[in-house]
Design a protein around this ligand. Structure first.
Ligand SMILES: Cc1cc2nc3c(=O)[nH]c(=O)nc-3n(C[C@H](O)[C@H](O)[C@H](O)COP(=O)(O)OP(=O)(O)OC[C@H]3O[C@@H](n4cnc5c(N)ncnc54)[C@H](O)[C@@H]3O)c2cc1C
Length: 476
């Protein structure tokens, strides 16, 4: 076990009084938009269960209990399928307050339930599957499926399994992320279309007028999401163009890409964001392209019309960041995300792994511009000293902010006197100020496994879960 003796926060005596107001509360930065998470969940449940309620309200002759269960599963499955489009549509009204990270996790969790519903749906019926009998007008003797409705149901059933399995095992597939994403979108449209046909052609309840209106509305909303994501949003981006201003190396394999609003006016067309939010970035001559990448904004809102991103080489797009010439057109979709600082000047702890420092740079740069005096501890892990992004600036910020920086190196040089290895519980225990441990706000960003480990270790150190905010750079 490593024993560390680190001065946790030498400036503790100089802390400002708690809850000192900062410019964050002056609304100089835009307020976060989005519906309350409780309202989003309620709306979601209402829409997912609405077809079951509409079906229950229909005065059709009763059928065996399990037939009704099977129908309810099928009806909810189609509603959930349509809602999946809206969850992944990056609507700020939906994910603005919840965060895209959590919204995407919900999308994935729901997809698993969907597979469950769809898999059991055909096997729960007790009524025979056969063709409708002429005198059985409300299909309680036979399910009344014709050849087409059986075919669309069966193909959708198999395709949905493939769709979810390829999403879970995406990294094992020999395809680029963009190819998978395109195939996933096309597959989702196909499955939804097939299920809609199956429900309308074979469904006992879906053939009722009220249900036809409901399905029409929900399918239109799902279709409009696609039009919004792939066409309308691109048109909006075309009206607010950016250009690459500079690309500079800030550490090994790490670049700071700076964009500038092309009209140069500073407000028109410039993203209005809070420190720590992120945007999807498209680089190229026009915004009508599928290829885009999410990056945290690492500059402060006050630095607009320049907007910067700290980017680590990771794959086929990021490997070429350093080669992008100034003047190249760029387009942004954002701001998104909830990795934003508290308005009050409360003790704040940042724990970053590698390029996870990017959104924290945005916070620190904003604090510096604002003259914010909150007590800050930054624990920043990297493989070697060469990978510490913007080190000179961080060291300089430690002079101006109420900031204590602890670099943690996995492969330290011989003369290194800081913590070595991973960011373990011992490292955290040694670096975190004791007196504010339970009340500080904690931000964690870095590789997924690191975030999970640090989250666990913080809780072992008695940090309440609700004080921790984390951002994963991967939705897998
Ligand atoms: C919210 C968020 C913020 C991020 N912020 C930063 C940052 O500030 N700095 C930084 O260096 N990296 C950041 N990333 C990670 C960055 O988006 C990926 O490293 C980058 O997109 C990889 O692209 P590539 O073509 O180089 O590599 P690829 O080999 O194509 O992709 C590597 C992995 O990156 C992810 N990825 C790629 N494209 C997308 C996409 N369009 N949408 C979602 N995930 C994608 C996938 O998991 C993929 O497996 C962030 C990711 C997220 C989700």
């Amino acid at each position: 076990m490593t024993t560390l003796a680190i001065d946790a926060h030498p400036k503790a005596g100089e802390r400002p009084t708690p809850a000192t107001k900062t410019a964050l509360q002056d609304h100089r930065w835009p307020p976060r938009v989005g519906l309350h998470p409780g309202l989003v969940l309620t709306l979601y449940l209402v829409l997912a269960l609405a077809p079951v309620a509409i079906a229950a309200a229909h005065p059709l002759p009763p059928r065996p209990f399990w037939d009704e269960v099977a129908s309810a599963l099928g009806l909810s499955a189609l509603a959930i399928m349509c809602l999946e489009f809206m969850l992944s549509g990056r609507y700020r009204s939906v994910s603005g307050r919840i965060g895209i990270d959590l919204t995407m996790r919900f999308h994935q969790l729901v997809a698993l339930s969907l597979v469950g519903f769809m898999l059991v749906h055909p096997f729960v019926y007790s009524t025979p599957m056969g063709h409708a009998l002429p005198w059985d007008t409300d299909a309680h003797l036979r399910l009344g499926l014709d050849t087409w409705s059986i075919a669309t149901g069966a193909v959708a059933w198999g395709l949905l399994v493939v769709l979810v399995a390829t999403a879970i095992g995406r990294r094992l597939l020999p395809y680029r992320y963009e190819s998978w994403r395109g195939a996933h979108a096309i597959g989702a449209v196909l499955v939804t279309g097939l299920v809609a046909h199956h429900a309308l052609a074979a469904g006992r309840y879906s053939a009722q007028p009220a249900m036809i209106v409901f399905w029409g509305a929900l399918l239109t909303l799902a279709g409009m999401t696609l039009i919004y994501v792939y066409i309308i949003r691109s048109i909006q981006q075309k009206r607010a163009p950016y250009a690459v201003h500079s690309v500079e190396s800030v550490a090994a394999d790490t670049w700071e890409l700076r964009l500038k609003a092309r009209d140069g006016a500073g407000t028109h067309g410039t993203l209005r964001f809070q420190p720590g939010q992120f945007a999807w970035v498209k680089i190229g001559p026009h915004p009508f392209r599928v290829r885009e990448h999410p990056f945290s904004i690492s500059t402060a809102p006050e630095q607009t019309p320049e907007i910067g991103f700290t980017i680590r080489e990771n794959g086929d797009f990021t490997r070429h960041i350093g080669e992008i010439p100034p003047g190249t057109p760029a387009y942004l979709d954002g701001p998104h995300g909830n990795f934003v600082p508290d308005a009050e000047e409360i003790p704040t702890v940042y724990i970053a792994g590698g390029v996870g420092i990017a959104p924290m740079l945005s916070h620190l740069r904003a604090f510096r511009t604002e003259g914010d005096r909150r007590p800050i501890t930054l624990i920043y892990g990297n493989r070697t000293v060469d990978y510490i992004a913007s080190k000179a600036e961080l060291d300089q910020m430690a002079q101006h902010l109420n900031l204590k920086v602890h670099y943690v190196l996995q492969e330290p040089p011989e003369d290194w006197d800081g913590p070595a290895g991973m960011i373990t519980q011992d490292v955290l225990d040694a670096c975190l100020p004791r007196e504010s441990r339970r009340v500080a706000r904690y931000f964690i960003c870095g590789p997924g496994p690191m975030i999970d480990a640090v989250d666990r270790e913080l809780r072992n150190l008695d940090v309440p879960a609700h004080r921790i905010i984390s951002e994963k750079f991967d939705y897998t």
